[in-house]
Ligand binder design. Sequence first.
Ligand code: F3S
Length: 387
Amino acid sequence: MLAGEQGEVVERLFRLLVRLGDIYGAEEMIPVGSVQVAGVSYKSIGDPGLEFLEDFAAKGAKVKTLTYLNPAGMDMENWKEVGFPEDFAKPQIRIMEAFRKMGIVVTATCTPYLAGNLPRYREHIAWSESSAVSFSNSVIGARTNREGGPSALAAAICGVTPNYGLHLDENRKPNIIVKVDKELEFSSDYGALGYHVGKQVKNKIPYFTGIPSSANTDQLKALGAAMAASGAVALYHAEGLTPEAQLMDVSGLETINVGKEEMATTYETLNTGSIPDIAILGCPHASLREIGSLAGKLEGLKLKRPIWICTSRVMKEAADRMGFITIIENAGGRVVADTCMVVSPIEEMGFNITGVNSGKAANYLPGFCQQQVVFHDVDELIRRLSA
Ligand code: F3S
């Protein structure tokens, strides 16, 4: 690859991986079982990114491993109906086409593990999106660093990544204990906990105790997403819940406690608005269980202001077959696929105050989308949308 025998693009990208490996002291390249590439939304990469991708695709670049995409800037099928501007849609469609030409699966989601890209325990992968990185490392026990857009694309096209960081056993050990001393009821509680802990531990590897054994994968994805957003947590362990937790020796580690007071302060901090113009759920992208649960809550209601739930195309199709989409639409909501509230231009669509149940979304919406935030559990958001 370095000698250019596989073409100019492979050579350039392999050089990038070698440089990265040199910086972090990797001794070898390792094959990756799958890749998830970020830098997909036109809002994030703009014209320079679009031109770069089209150039690679035109030169015949092809991926060597299963590769998925992070959310794009709009619903790729229903963008007109949902109200995405046309001057945004056109370049976004070209971006997706360039990825497709490279052999990348143009399902754009931050929950690839729910949409056909499920790594196994201890498998080496190269994923980009921080919540997906956290979920795959922590809940599945696969191994990935938090890749940037270019290094993930390089791993996809070369089929390998340098062996450093979270690929190695010694770097996966916890270095702080987080004792949770507050009942966690709603998905927003997991988001608030993650937001708070991320701020405290920054890029450490927390080991949680006190998270209920009933926590489901949706709640764990909300927790990891928020911690990766407010801090830079790419891996956490949770006693009795995540696969590597039982292998870890936590004796002598510093402990921080999270109780009622910390959780209440976090809710207060994250709420900068009161009545939302819109509520957007599905950060990270919603599972079928979450879409079904929303449909159950909305059945028979007529909201005064809209609610969206963001998800992958795959989940949207399953939700459609279950009749969930009709129920949600009848109440004035939408199931939006391929995109999310942070990477889509919602600030240009007339929304100023957004309701969310996600700690990650609450963290990013003020800066990325100039939104005031209403952060609550889904029932409370629905109440406020009906008021
Ligand atoms: Fe996914 Fe967007 Fe949230 S990428 S994790 S829905 S900010």
